[in-house]
Write a protein that binds this ligand. Structure first.
Ligand code: ADP
Length: 182
């Protein structure tokens, strides 16, 4: 994982990362994410589920490999930093703005992030505090990679958190439905 993270961040910094824009089935993508993440959540006895808040396009144009990598990173973190409770992925299709957007909210009931730390977590090699590596492992690269990839996909990422209660990371991607098939 560490080697893959370092390769990804190096490629991003060298602007050598290839982003595809291909037709992708949202259901298939979510099924793959669900399969991978349910195993990890089960191991920690944390409830993990995916909810569709609105009807969503069956197919979108994006880079499915990179989008899956971002979702796996964020949900993997949510599970890692949660000891009890749940991790929910909520997906919605937002049409109330100029460009339709696909929105992913990853909500956990984990340790949360303090106001002092929240501004740093998307930076390379940054973890919230020094005890994080000792307690949870990790490299501090996952969120930097995710933020860059989301930006290359044309989207944005944001986070809200209450220490001791949990965090919600939100990804929004401009959504070009592959066909008119919402
Ligand atoms: P890593 O997980 O390898 O430490 P990341 O770049 O993925 O690195 O995350 C950076 C830091 O952000 C983490 O070390 C942790 O302090 C904080 N963080 C990320 N996701 C969460 C979360 N869901 N809950 C609490 N803290 C988080």
């Amino acid at each position: 994982d560490l080697i893959n993270d370092i390769l990804d961040i190096s490629k991003i910094e060298a602007k050598k990362i290839n982003i595809e824009q291909i037709d992708c089935s949202v259901n298939q993508l979510l099924a793959e994410v669900s399969h991978l993440m349910s195993i990890r959540a089960n191991e920690k006895s944390i409830a993990f589920d995916i909810n569709l808040k609105t009807p969503i396009p069956a197919h979108i144009v994006t880079d499915p490999t990179r989008l899956r990598q971002c979702l796996v990173n964020l949900i993997g973190n949510a599970i890692k930093f949660t000891t009890e409770g749940h991790v929910h992925l909520t997906v919605s299709f937002v049409q109330d703005c100029e460009k339709p957007q696909l929105r992913f909210d990853i909500e956990d009931t984990g340790i949360g992030i303090s106001n002092d730390d929240i501004g740093n977590i998307f930076k390379v090699f940054k973890q919230a505090d020094k005890s994080i590596t000792r307690k949870f492992g990790g490299t501090g690269l996952g969120l930097a990679i995710t933020k860059n990839l989301i930006s290359l996909l044309g989207g944005v990422i944001s986070v809200e958190s209450v220490p001791g209660e949990g965090s919600t990371f939100t990804l929004t991607l401009p959504c070009l439905p592959a066909e008119a098939n919402c």
